[in-house]
Design a protein. Structure first.
Length: 337
């Protein structure tokens, strides 16, 4: 009598943790009650989403680098500033495009500047990884000290090259003003930020979950030695991730400089505190957690600035404390962390 071979069991799928996703919903609902006016609440919410997308773009490169490479890069702010200055340099000769009344021409100029910033910061990221990061892999204290030193050197170099005065980086004509629907007004540039942020998030999710490179990245997070044993050069993968992370920081720098419409060598100082908070509460190395964390931070900052302006100064730090008390590893921690 022949034995019947049992069919292999299906690989269980990881269950999506929905509880953290309820936090922004509850926060928005509570804010609606406190604000009172639906129009004001919707304006605050849409503005917060735009800010959240911008923070996510800046923070995504940092969380990606930490997630795979286990590198704490305090020099991330240098790539933000360098990306902004590269865009400023490129947009100089394209002043006519920026002054045009055609939105397509404006977007073309911004696209050229953004690509130049990403290529430039990506190339610098490759050099940064080879010269500064590579000797201190696995040594977090040294990583913090040496990358902080790199940030200081970069800021001083920007001062020497471009001068210490504040530069104007105005928005193009086609992105000034707001789109008005009834009593609701939403700034055109904020809408562009939302589109760019969602595009970056969608692209990262597709690459990480639907491609061979993404499979190797996720496998490298869990077990780098296994990936190397299978014949893949994890070192090259590390370099590629650092280049992409640096390029995303450069893109974020362009968005942030245009949002402020001014540019200085210390442009990253105002946003880096929020970036670190987002990376920590999202779960070190988690792209999805970083996305959710950026939205949460932006929503709370906007609502509290409207309702209790003095509380807005500490609201994001308090949010981080409460989340870490609830989940010490963040909302969506990477498994090996």
């Amino acid at each position: 009598m022949s034995e019947t071979k049992a069919a292999p069991a299906d690989i269980p799928r990881a269950k999506l943790d929905l509880l953290p996703l309820l936090i922004p919903v509850v926060l928005a609902a509570a804010a609606l009650v406190l604000v009172g006016s639906p129009t004001t609440w919707l304006t605050l919410t849409l503005s917060a989403l735009a800010m959240g997308m911008m923070i996510f773009v800046i923070a995504s490169g940092m969380t990606l680098v930490f997630g795979l490479m286990d590198v704490i890069n305090f020099g991330h702010g240098a790539f933000i500033a360098i990306g902004a200055y590269l865009a400023f340099t490129v947009l100089g000769p394209l002043a006519g495009w920026m002054a045009s009344e055609s939105l397509l021409t404006n977007l073309g100029a911004l696209a050229i500047a953004a690509v130049a910033a990403m290529i430039g910061t990506g190339a610098l990221g490759m050099a940064f990884e080879r010269v500064i990061i590579r000797p201190v892999y696995g040594q977090h204290l040294k990583q913090i000290l040496i990358t902080m030193g790199g940030l200081i050197v970069a800021e001083q170099a920007l001062h020497a090259i471009f001068g210490g005065d504040q530069k104007a980086m105005p928005l193009p004509n086609g992105l000034r003003g707001a789109i008005v629907v009834g009593d609701l007004a939403f700034e055109k540039y904020r809408l562009l930020i939302v589109v760019v942020g969602l595009a970056v998030f969608t692209g990262m999710q597709l690459v990480l979950n639907r491609t061979r490179i993404g499979l190797l990245i996720r496998a490298g997070v869990e077990n780098a030695e296994m990936v190397e044993a299978l014949g893949y050069r994890i070192r090259r993968l590390f370099i590629g991730v650092f280049v992409v992370g640096s390029g995303l920081a450069g893109l974020g720098g362009v968005l942030w400089a245009l949002y402020r419409e001014t540019l200085t060598a210390g442009i990253s100082n105002d946003v880096m505190t929020l970036v670190f908070i987002v990376v920590i509460i999202g779960g070190l190395g988690s792209v999805g957690g970083c996305f959710l964390g950026a939205i949460l931070v932006a929503l709370l900052a906007n609502y509290s600035a409207f309702l209790v302006p003095k509380f807005a100064l500490v609201s994001t730090v308090l949010l981080m404390v409460l989340i870490l008390l609830w989940r010490p590893q963040g909302l969506y921690p990477v498994a090996k962390r």
